[in-house]
Design a binder for this molecule. Structure first.
Ligand SMILES: [Fe+2]
Length: 208
C-alpha cells in the first residue's frame, strides 16, 4: 500500500464568541395572555411571528404559533404555542423554581425601583429589591407562563468581567466536591462548612 502525502489540513477553528442573545424560547399554553403580558406590562413589542404545521429543524408535524418579543438591544424572548401539549414535567425540587430564571437588565437602581412600582400597580407580586453588591434586582413571576423573571442593574462596572475570580471559585468548588467524595463526606455538609467558614457574607440572599 502506497502512502499518500496528503497535507494535514487544520481542523475547524473557533469562530469567536456569540455576539448577543438572539432569542430564548419557551413553550406557552396561552399565547394571547403572553402577548398581553409582554407587550403591556413588560413593554416588549411583539415583533415577529411564525405559523407552521411542522417544526422546520426536526420535521415534527404539529401545528404551532411562534412569537418573538423584542428588548431594547434587539435580543428577543420567544414562545411557542401548540395544541394538546400536556403541562411540562413537574420540577423535582423547589430550588429549580428559584434558580432557573430570566433576568432583564435596566440602566439604574432608580429604574429597577420604577419597575417595582409599575409591576405592583399591575397586580404582580414582587420580591426585593435585593442588593447583591454587584447587581441590584427584583424578582417576580410571569403570570401566564411558569417563568421566574428578574429586573436587574449592575452595581459595579466589572460584574460580568471577573474571569480570574470565577476561575478561582470554580477550582475551589470543584476541590470541595472532590475532597468530600474522597473522604466519603456528605457533599451538602462539606459545601455548607466551606461556605460558612470562608464566605460568611454569602448566605441568606435571594438567589441571583
Ligand atoms: Fe439572576
Amino acid at each position: 500500500m502506497t502512502q499518500t502525502s496528503t497535507p494535514t489540513r487544520p481542523g475547524p477553528s473557533l469562530p469567536g464568541r456569540p455576539k448577543m442573545l438572539s432569542h430564548l424560547a419557551y413553550v406557552t399554553h396561552n399565547v394571547e395572555g403572553t402577548v398581553d403580558f409582554y407587550e403591556r406590562v413588560m413593554g416588549m413589542p411583539m415583533v415577529s411571528t411564525v405559523i407552521g404545521d411542522r417544526v422546520p429543524s426536526t420535521g415534527d408535524d404539529f401545528p404551532y404559533f411562534h412569537v418573538f418579543f423584542r428588548l431594547a438591544d434587539g435580543s428577543t424572548l420567544a414562545f411557542f404555542e401548540a395544541p394538546d401539549l400536556p403541562p411540562a414535567n413537574p420540577r423535582g425540587h423547589p430550588a429549580y423554581a428559584l434558580f432557573e430564571h430570566l433576568a432583564f437588565e435596566v440602566d439604574s437602581v432608580e429604574i429597577v425601583d420604577q419597575w417595582h412600582e409599575w409591576l405592583v400597580s399591575n397586580g404582580i407580586d414582587v420580591v426585593g429589591p435585593t442588593d447583591h453588591e454587584i447587581i441590584y434586582s427584583i424578582y417576580f413571576q410571569d403570570p401566564i407562563n411558569d417563568i421566574r423573571l428578574e429586573i436587574t442593574t449592575p452595581m459595579v462596572e466589572n460584574w460580568n468581567d471577573r474571569i480570574e475570580e470565577a476561575q478561582r471559585d470554580l477550582r475551589i468548588w470543584t476541590g470541595v466536591k472532590n475532597s468530600a467524595a474522597e473522604q466519603n463526606q456528605p457533599l451538602r455538609e462539606a459545601l455548607m462548612k466551606y461556605i460558612q467558614a470562608e464566605r460568611p457574607d454569602a448566605h441568606g440572599e435571594t438567589p441571583a
